[in-house]
Design a protein around this ligand. Sequence first.
Ligand code: FMN
Length: 347
Amino acid sequence: MILDELRTPIVLAPMAGGPSTPELAAAVSEAGGLGFLATGYLSAADTGERIARLRELSAAPFGVNLFAPGAATAPDRFAAYLDRLGRQFPLGEPKFDDDDWDAKLERLTADPVPVVSFTFGCPSAQEIERLHAARSEVWVTVTSVPEARIAIEAGADVLVAQGSEAGGHRASFLDRAEDDATDPLSVLALLQLLTAAVDRPIVATGGLITGAGIAAALAAGAAAVQLGTAFLRCPEAGTSALHRDALPIETPTMLTRAFSGRRARGLRNQFILDNPDAPVAYPEIHYATSPLRKAAREAGNADAVNLWAGQTHTLAVEAPAGEVVRNLSAAAKSALNQALSSRIQSC
Ligand SMILES: Cc1cc2nc3c(=O)[nH]c(=O)nc-3n(C[C@H](O)[C@H](O)[C@H](O)COP(=O)(O)O)c2cc1C
């Protein structure tokens, strides 16, 4: 198990759309954690180039993350939404694609990496078997106990438990409007439910950004933690200037489908507030809003850009990723020691 080899149980969250870079992944792996590359929105060829670059930078283990493909949405489900947006903003083609799924799996089985993780769904047992045969570990991100059971049945080695606090897209296997009436589970609730229900190492993710937060997840049974927002302000990250500057400001985060057609947590802005009823249609809405997000980013308009961030975003620090890993490891250790020595009286 890769988790048993890490010097510190800190995993860099894969962050598609810009923030993930080989430099960021290398810095985290070199510091003793586990670096990750995101492949979402990249072709299989670009994925291969990033893996090659990461290997040049570090010989330490790392992971590669894929979006499991969903199904296309009938155009009449999102036509009215795009008609309305189109009167105000430049839009792109609302196309469906599978994010180059087959070609990426093909590449990863031909040229294996230590860990392959998945979000938005679970690969089939046959697909997991191919990765195992290539000697890769398979991690599947889950948001509930039923999803965890499906992942284990398919052969997942490790579960990444994503709590509702998490920045970016919800990892849920299905994104359904009817589920909006149910509260998504927080990371600690999910961790406790999973450790009681299933027998697999769990990597906790969502809103963890301090040593104390990491200590809480480890104490609740996590084998490691996966941090995204904590690394967004690192110089090695590809985060846009607009996004970096917005993170320290005390703005609430919200779950929204307005930018992509799939529920994601980002900093509240006007575009999210103006579009509370955006349809379930991923990746069609993602592609349709791409030009408007790009134009807003170039104009420095934070009100029409998806600023994905976890609930604890104001605590993200601007520091090299290796330093973030080292500081958080030391702080987690001291938080665990302090809680043990000062808080529990014998009874
Ligand atoms: C900007 C951004 C992009 C993300 N992209 C991905 C991704 O490509 N794949 C994935 O599995 N998770 C992605 N996530 C979710 C993270 O894996 C993780 O669950 C989340 O960052 C944890 O919450 P935190 O940001 O509060 O640490 C993304 C998160 C952010 C903030």
